[in-house]
Write a protein that binds this ligand. Structure first.
Ligand SMILES: Cc1ncc(COP(=O)(O)O)c(C=O)c1O
Length: 475
């Protein structure tokens, strides 16, 4: 098991403070409205449950008798009822096709803490994990910053809908070896962020047989399990293990969290589920650094073991997501903006390649600045996800209300019409981008400096995510 090592970094220190002091006002204006409008699609269902189950909380007259017990509880194994309920819920979001052992559940502070915990367990500073691109940029922070583990890209592109192939894995592995990295494993996210797709069985089998062949670990971040809203259904790596009896199960570790499907990022409920006894034992001790509060465990033990509630919640959530996805992607299609076909997640992967002046990251960031400052929409450019193909943007459509989404669509329509001088965009025809000269001029000078001079590691997403601490601090 690897030892912890703290790595000093510039990223969240002086540089961030400098950016904040210069751009506080800009960020404030940009996001105040967005934050006010931020909603989870299904919080109303949860609120209703809370009203009907007041004894589940130690902060109500009905539940206060449990206060003393819960307030004193700090065992890093977690409340047994919480682990049982969590295992049951994890089975449910995987369609009941697999079983999870509550004794293999390790608690962590969200999937953020889970990624760090597993990296500490499986690798030493300087070791490497392969990661298919594009990927959730938070992994650079969560998996790497304090552990010193390197994330090395496995390049995927739109030629096969960004699917992971054996050839891409092999080539990344060989490159890592040539560069003298000790590759300890592969980190994947399924359903994926930023695409909102779930991996098919063949792709998962490819990844599992790759890591098994090399005898390296596989960490599957399945935080979006439960957000599957249309066919094909989500397949967890745990199902592949049940099929593939030759695979060394000790190499497989799953990350889960309640931040997405239940919309509880503030509760900081994350889990590592490992098939490896040593990792369970080591991770359990390390989880002391990121325990879920006993009050939260107590409440969730009750909520998640309410079978009829979770069944209805997941069904309603899928139906609402599906509807939202349909309205949003059809709205984009009206102005010929395409998205990668998706079936899960809270966002889509929008193809704005036809709007780029040229196929470069600089052109992508130019377009991104215009979208943020002029169109006034918060989207994330592909380069912030380490996408090697410029022109893709991730748009979240599930954390806003319907009216806000309509405003967003109207702005996109207006923007595309402006770009094309009143004619809808044709991906085939390259038109001169009249907005570029016009709109760039009106960007705040300092912000332009910032986005053009900022090093690659200070990604736009880092600045712009409505959930980033940076934005919160500025509002
Ligand atoms: C793929 C992925 N992993 C981990 C996280 C972090 O989740 P949490 O809020 O549970 O820490 C996120 C959040 O967006 C994510 O998209």
């Amino acid at each position: 098991m690897a030892m912890a090592r703290t790595r000093p970094t510039l990223m969240d220190g002086r540089l961030t403070r400098a950016i904040l002091s210069i751009h506080q006002q800009t960020l404030k204006e940009l996001f105040k409205w967005v934050l006010q409008k931020t909603r989870h699609l299904c919080h109303d269902l949860m609120e209703e449950w809370l009203k009907n189950n007041q004894e589940a909380s130690i902060c109500t007259a009905e539940g206060a008798s449990e206060f003393k017990n819960i307030a004193n509880f700090q065992d890093y194994h977690g409340l047994p009822a919480f682990r049982v309920a969590m295992a049951k819920f994890m089975e449910k979001v995987r369609g009941g096709s697999v079983r999870f052992d509550p004794d293999r559940i390790i608690m962590s502070g969200g999937a953020t803490g889970a990624q760090e915990l597993i990296a500490f367990c499986l690798a030493d500073p300087g070791d490497a994990f392969l990661i298919p691109t594009p990927y959730y940029p938070g992994s650079d922070r969560d998996f790497s910053w304090r552990t010193g583990v390197q994330l090395l890209p496995v390049h995927c592109d739109s030629s096969n809908n960004f699917q992971i192939t054996a050839a891409a894995l092999e080539s990344a592995y060989e490159k890592a070896q040539r560069e003298n990295f000790r590759v300890r494993g592969v980190l994947i996210t399924n359903p994926t962020n930023p695409f909102g797709t779930s991996m098919d069985r063949e792709t998962l089998q490819t990844v599992v047989s790759f890591i098994n062949g090399k005898q390296i670990h596989l960490v599957c971040d399945e935080i979006f399990a439960g957000t599957n809203f249309s066919q094909p259904r989500f397949i967890s790596v745990s199902e592949i293990l049940d099929d593939d009896l030759d695979c060394n199960r000790e190499l497989i570790h799953i990350i889960y969290s309640l931040s997405k499907v239940l919309g509880l990022p503030g509760f900081r409920v994350g889990v590592v589920y490992s098939y490896n006894d040593d990792v369970v034992s080591c991770g359990r001790k390390m989880s002391s650094f990121g325990l879920v509060s006993s009050q939260t465990q107590h409440l969730l033990a009750s909520m998640l073991s309410d079978d009829s509630f979770t069944t209805k919640f997941l069904a309603d959530s899928a139906q609402r997501l599906s509807q939202r996805h349909h309205v949003f992607t059809s709205g984009l299609a009206q102005v010929n903006i395409g998205c990668l076909k998706s079936n899960a997640g809270l966002f889509c992967w929008m193809d704005l390649r036809p709007l780029l002046k040229e196929a470069t990251v600089d052109a992508e960031l130019d377009l991104w600045r215009v979208i943020v400052h002029e169109v006034r929409l918060n989207v994330s450019p592909g380069s912030s996800f380490h996408c090697s193909e410029p022109g893709w943007f991730r748009v979240c459509y599930a954390n806003i209300d319907h009216e806000t989404m309509q405003v967003a669509l109207r702005r996109i329509h207006k923007f595309v019409e402006k770009v094309n001088g009143g004619v809808s965009v044709s991906p085939k025809k390259k038109k001169k981008k009249s907005w570029d000269a016009q709109l760039r001029l009106s960007l705040p000078r300092k912000f332009e400096d910032l986005t053009t001079k900022t090093p690659r590691y200070m990604t736009p997403r880092c600045l712009m995510s409505p959930r980033s601490p940076l934005v919160r601090a500025a509002t």
